[in-house]
Design a protein around this ligand. Structure first.
Ligand code: ADP
Ligand code: AMP
Length: 215
């Protein structure tokens, strides 16, 4: 079989980015993440679309969703060039979920569930590499040398939207827009729910087993 097509769902801070790195190493899939793609294009001029703001960054720093027309185009382009993939951060509303149906079929759909209190701790303590995007946590997943990425030596920074105010807004946006997406997939044979509140290793063991049984 060709490489697996994996969808990773869950609230901000559930561990999608962290576990995606493991999936890339283990299964050789491509990491397709709308969050990283948009962060690389925060200043892109989208004023010709006549939307509320003129750049993706203005939505992102407030913790709001970037409009579908911008995000759908990014995912369509990335999936066309990928064989297997782990899709992380998309779809975030039902319209995007319907759009995804027309782009590809999925082998396994994993939902990582984590309580809200834990999500706030994870997001406000998250640090990311400014060069390669690797995730760390000031308490739960520390780098060998404080402030420095283990993978590439880049500087670790806090994302603008990991400040508490934007975090609370992102969790509300998730509850309103993205929880219905999890319900939408939940009765599929390919759907698996994993307790994302376990240790990093235990989440990975469950995730690896779910992908292996699907391929
Ligand atoms: P997402 O991509 O879903 O927003 P991340 O993978 O960036 O989430 O994880 C959010 C934060 O939580 C990061 O700082 C990461 O190091 C930490 N984290 C991820 N998984 C766990 C876990 N199982 N236990 C404790 N901390 C975790
Ligand atoms: P993430 O890195 O997945 O936490 O995403 C960071 C931010 O990027 C989100 O808060 C949104 O502003 C934007 N974003 C990422 N993915 C999407 C998406 N599928 N739809 C709309 N906005 C998105």
């Amino acid at each position: 079989m060709s490489q697996p097509k994996i969808l990773l769902l869950g609230p901000p801070g559930a561990g999608k980015g962290t576990q995606s790195s493991n999936l890339v190493s283990e299964f050789g899939v491509e990491h397709v993440t709308t969050g990283d793609a948009l962060r690389s294009n925060k200043e892109m001029d989208i004023s010709d679309l006549g939307l509320e703001y003129d750049t993706p960054g203005e939505y992102m720093d407030r913790g709001e969703l970037v409009p579908d027309e911008v995000v759908n185009a990014i995912v369509e382009k990335a999936l066309t060039s990928a064989d297997g993939f782990v899709l992380d951060g998309y779809p975030r509303n039902l319209d995007q979920a319907e759009e995804l149906e027309s782009m590809t079929e999925l082998d396994v759909i994993v939902s990582l569930s984590v309580s809200e209190a834990e999500l706030v701790d994870r997001l406000t303590g998250r640090r990311v590499c400014s060069d390669c995007g690797e995730n760390y946590h000031v308490e739960f997943d520390q780098p060998e040398k404080a402030g420095v990425c283990d993978e590439c030596g880049g500087e670790l920074i806090q994302r603008e939207d990991d400040q508490e105010k934007a975090v609370r807004n992102r969790l509300e946006v998730f509850a309103e827009n993205t929880e219905p997406v999890i319900d939408y997939y939940s009765d599929r044979d390919a759907f698996v729910e994993i307790d994302g509140e376990q240790s990093l290793d235990d989440v990975w063991n469950d995730l690896q087993a779910a992908v292996e049984s699907a391929i």
